[in-house]
Design a protein around this ligand. Sequence first.
Ligand SMILES: Cc1ncc(COP(=O)(O)O)c(C=O)c1O
Length: 418
Amino acid sequence: MLTGMAQNDALPGFCTWLDDSNDVTTEMMRLAGKAGMISLAGGLPAPELYPMKAIESATKRALVRWGSRALEYGPITGFPALREAIATRMSEEIGQRIGTDNVLLTAGSMQALDGIGKILIEPGETIIAQHPTYMGALDAWRPRTPHYQQFTWDFEDKGFLAAADRAKFIYTVPNYSNPTGVLVGQQDRRALLALVREKRIWLVEDDPYSCMQLDGNSGPSILALDAADRNEDIYSGPVIYLGTLSKSLAPGFRVGWVVGNPEVIRALTLAKQCTDMTGSMFSQAVALELIEQKVESQMIDGLLSTYRERRNALCAALSTHLGDWFEWEIPSGGMFVWLKAKRADLDTTRLYRVAIEHNVMFCPGSAFDHAGKMHTTMRLNFTRSAPDVLEEGVRRLARAVEDSLSKLASGSSRLAVQ
Ligand SMILES: Cc1ncc(COP(=O)(O)O)c(C=O)c1O
């Protein structure tokens, strides 16, 4: 938190939304690189699986093919050939035509979330969001000072339905949600679609994990369900779909996309104009080569079997070392296991600090709650580390739990709960 941060008396203070912010992500990124630290905190893929050789030759090919065009400023909507390739890819994926006008390329989905905040959220406006909520979305929208109405897939809930009358959009991560790993079933997807159609509001479908189906098949996206009913040449429905190469290829590309109604794409393009003017044409030109060579589909079996093994290793280690204190469900995809403490005094925000002393990191649940509560939950990542490292990380976490509880019992805990 920045509350109380010393500011130079002679200079103006910062905007008040910063008082409600947190630096969990910044700290996670910084400490994850610390020698000896085992980080179960981030949402990071396994770096040893990045297709380095394919990226190297794609880079050379992109430079030969596009020359200086790959190094210039470009259209705000993105490198034209990649924009077309994403329209084709999305059309194939959903079985309905997506036009180029339906696509905006972004610097990862994170930039799309930022743009959505700029075009849809007036200060103080209501957002309906799946709860707990991806912390990047909370971060992106915090400067707009929104109010949140959470929903739990109860379509009879009066508060939820009344909020849908006030809100402009609903935010959901239906495939293996971040942070919980929950897969939203087809019936709930259809119910949500029916609701946004009835209320005439937007639906933001954030979908970085559709490539991470560890057990079974998650079925059509909400965009696919809506587009199938419409059967249009240019999609004009209420779903604003976010895709990314971050989890299937590598996050360093910073290549993502929005598929939506052309009006949404136009508004987001204006929002993007004042963020970065244009994305990286270089990155997008290299990504195009990789997509054309179908590198992701060549990698996917290896990626999934590695992640399946790691998920199983993490869950086995949790049963051995943390089963007395926490409960969880084994996710059928994605990157995370969501833990709930069995004891009300097992505060994971406090545990987070103790765990860092034990050289292990996780993401405290409070980071995914707009109200900063959920103090007895935490998110663990299983994709980044090898099975033996996951096991050691969980062992350290168990020692941190004992340490934290004994400090609490002796009343000696002076750890800042921020
Ligand atoms: C639900 C969700 N949305 C968006 C993002 C941002 O991804 P990107 O790297 O494409 O910006 C993430 C990253 O972890 C995520 O989990």
